[in-house]
Design a protein around this ligand. Structure first.
Ligand code: ATP
Ligand code: MG
Length: 410
């Protein structure tokens, strides 16, 4: 029900207007002077229509209209000035103060009713306009957010492309010296065997503590260098995979369940006695288009990460494959410690790793992401309620397999 404020210092006017308005179905609030009227209108939810006497103690009607018209926020109030003044100049002054309408005393009841009716319609339009503006502002905010997201994605993919080129260049540059260091180390190991044997036989070593020290330390130094070079090779291989991840090599029909089996076979050595794998693979899974080796590589990365996340206690890796209308969905879930909330986005960034120096390159998941996106799919990570991480891969079905239920087409 619409609420009308009647502000007038004359009791007869107040009582008369109240009775008339209530008979027409409005709820009425009374104010004896301008200050009391302003207090009512300053409420969070003020009356929608205000009948304001021009001249009353405290704030005058036009002053209240001016304040309402100039306040920056607050709901719309339709104002009607009540006055005995009929001068044209007064009328102009009244409208200039921001009043929406003007009525001369004494009132004609019918005229007042229709003016209030018109005011009620305008209040209604104003309310609808306000609601539409709110919706529009929400849309605008959403559009801004989408535009910002898109811009961020573009910058990100641009950076990723640059990083890919950089990684390919670095991998090539580091690979050459790493290969000859590795080759020379093998030769050095062979040479040292002969030198060591000769030193052991030689009498001069016995009394020379420095030579004895060299004889003892040399094999350790060589072993450390070999482990260092193999770390370099691992990083170089990851960088290479990362830079090539975007380039799909084959475009065959791939049976994802076979990729899961291959990945588990490849990870056999990593799957320690305390890690159980539990597969729930849809036997009628349709094939997807892509490169079997690359999809297997993704699964190997996810399984290896899962094994690491469950160390040292071990646990269960649950792999599931299923199909929905448009995609094949593969999930890899573990019972490890899960991914800290503040790392959930960072895990996709190249070189982000929580593993010890030398243990992880932080390229595993970015490689997975590039491969899956290149296949037109998506990959996401979350923590599942039972504890542990859950990775979900979604790969689109070829158009001809969509909505197809007959296993003969699968
Ligand atoms: N299953 C998981 N549970 C908990 N954390 C995970 C899991 N998988 C990945 N992470 C987190 O994401 C980080 C990045 O993973 P990513 O595979 O990219 O690199 P990495 O495993 O650290 O190194 P690399 O793959 O080269 O051995 C990990 O260091 C780990 O912190
Ligand atoms: Mg990894």
């Amino acid at each position: 029900m619409l609420q009308v404020l009647v502000a007038d210092d004359e009791i007869t006017t107040r009582i008369g207007l109240k009775a008339l308005l209530e008979r027409s179905g409005y709820s009425v609030v009374l104010a004896l002077n301008g200050d009391a009227a302003w207090e009512v209108l300053s409420d969070d939810v003020p009356p929608q229509i205000a009948l304001l006497d021009w001249e009353m103690p405290g704030l005058l009607g036009p002053e209240i209209c001016r304040r309402l018209a100039t306040r920056s926020n607050g709901p719309f109030v339709y104002t009607i000035l009540l006055t005995g003044r009929t001068d044209d100049g007064d009328l102009v002054n009244g409208f200039d103060s921001g009043a929406n309408d003007f009525m001369c005393k004494p009132f004609n009841a019918l005229e007042l009713k229709s003016r209030i009716g018109a005011a009620a319609r305008i209040v209604q339009y104003e309310r609808e306009l306000h609601d539409k503006n709110v919706t529009l502002a929400e849309y605008a905010t959403e559009m801004e957010r989408l535009a910002e997201d898109r811009a961020r994605q573009l910058v990100h993919s641009d950076r990723m492309a640059t990083l890919g080129t950089l990684a390919a260049g670095m991998a090539h540059e580091i690979n050459n010296p790493a290969s000859f260091i590795s080759g020379n180390l093998q030769t050095l190991e062979l040479f040292w065997k002969d030198v060591g044997d000769a030193l052991s036989r030689s009498e001069c070593v016995a009394g020379d503590s420095k030579l004895l020290f060299i004889q003892e330390e040399m094999p350790k130094l060589i072993a450390e260098m070999r482990s260092g070079v193999s770390r370099i090779s691992r990083i170089v291989n990851s960088l290479r995979s990362y830079s090539h991840a975007g380039a799909k090599t084959t475009d065959n029909l791939v049976a994802i369940n076979t990729c899961v089996d291959d990945a588990l076979l490849l990870c056999r050595n990593n799957l320690k006695h305390n890690v159980v794998t539990n597969c729930e693979l849809d036997p009628d899974l349709p094939k997807v288009t892509g490169d079997c080796t690359q999809i297997t590589q993704v699964l190997v990365n996810l399984i290896t990460n899962a094994v690491h996340a469950m160390e040292p206690a071990g646990g269960t890796i649950h792999i599931e494959s299923k199909v929905n209308d448009k995609d094949v969905v593969v999930t890899v879930r573990d019972s490890g410690q899960g991914i800290p909330e503040d790392s959930l986005e960072k895990i996709w960034l190249p070189f982000f790793t929580t593993k010890q120096v030398g243990k992880g390159t932080g390229l595993g998941l970015p490689i997975c992401q590039r491969i899956i996106e290149e296949h037109g799919g998506s990959i996401g990570a979350e923590n599942h309620l039972g504890g542990g991480a859950l990775f979900t891969i979604t790969l689109p079905l070829p158009k001809e397999s969509r909505y197809e239920t007959s296993p003969t087409h699968r």
